[in-house]
Design a binder for this molecule. Structure first.
Ligand code: IMP
Ligand code: MG
Length: 180
């Protein structure tokens, strides 16, 4: 698997440091939350980020899962997103923080935020590990961002290409010959 990497964009150490900083920011943002924080993990790309992040949060919190259609197979172009399934997502009246792996065109986050807003949470914010620069997102932005990256297709730390490479501990660009 490591032989497939073209170049490393973000190292393990950089990820660890930034995840710690984000946990600190989230801790401060929700320090006074009366109902408690409810994290919504967008499947499947955010699983590693969420699991690292929540173990650094000091307050009581809950997690729910939301599966959103992702890039089918060997595609690196965004497709229209729709919610496939949700688990434990009763967020009415709660302080909700949506966590996704990457903000590209914003289609996924838009669908997720609309779905959750309809449940009338007390507050609703979003946090993404990565944000691709230079993309028009029609006014949609994430509240918290880990890293701004160039507009390249990345894998690792939860992000996949054709279902593979989620278990890479770094964020990387594959060798060009591997893209079908
Ligand atoms: P958007 O809907 O265009 O913002 O794309 C967001 C979703 O597409 C993310 O949740 C990812 O699942 C996937 N995605 C976008 N860019 C990449 C990438 O560079 N690598 C892997 N997945 C990506
Ligand atoms: Mg995703």
């Amino acid at each position: 698997m490591h032989a497939d990497i073209g170049r490393i964009l973000i190292s393990r150490e950089q990820i660890d440091r930034r995840v710690g900083e984000l946990a600190g920011e989230i801790g401060r943002l929700y320090a006074d939350s009366e109902k408690g924080l409810f994290i919504v993990c967008v499947l499947s790309g955010a699983i590693i980020f969420v699991s690292d992040l929540i173990r650094q949060l000091p307050m009581k919190m809950r997690v729910g899962l939301l599966a959103v259609s992702s890039y089918p197979g060997k595609t690196t172009q965004a497709q229209p997103a729709h919610v496939l399934q949700s688990f434990d997502l009763d967020v009415t009246g709660l302080d909700v923080l949506v966590i996704d792996d990457i903000l590209d065109t914003g289609g996924t986050l838009r669908v997720v935020m609309d779905r959750l807003a309809a449940m009338r949470p007390a507050s609703l914010r979003s946090c993404v590990l990565l944000r691709k620069s230079g993309k028009a997102r029609g006014g949609l932005e994430a509240d918290l961002v880990g890293f701004d990256i160039e507009d390249v297709f990345v894998v690792g730390y939860g992000l996949d290409y054709d279902g593979l490479y989620r278990n890479l501990p770094v964020i990387a660009v594959l060798k060009p010959e591997l893209y079908g």
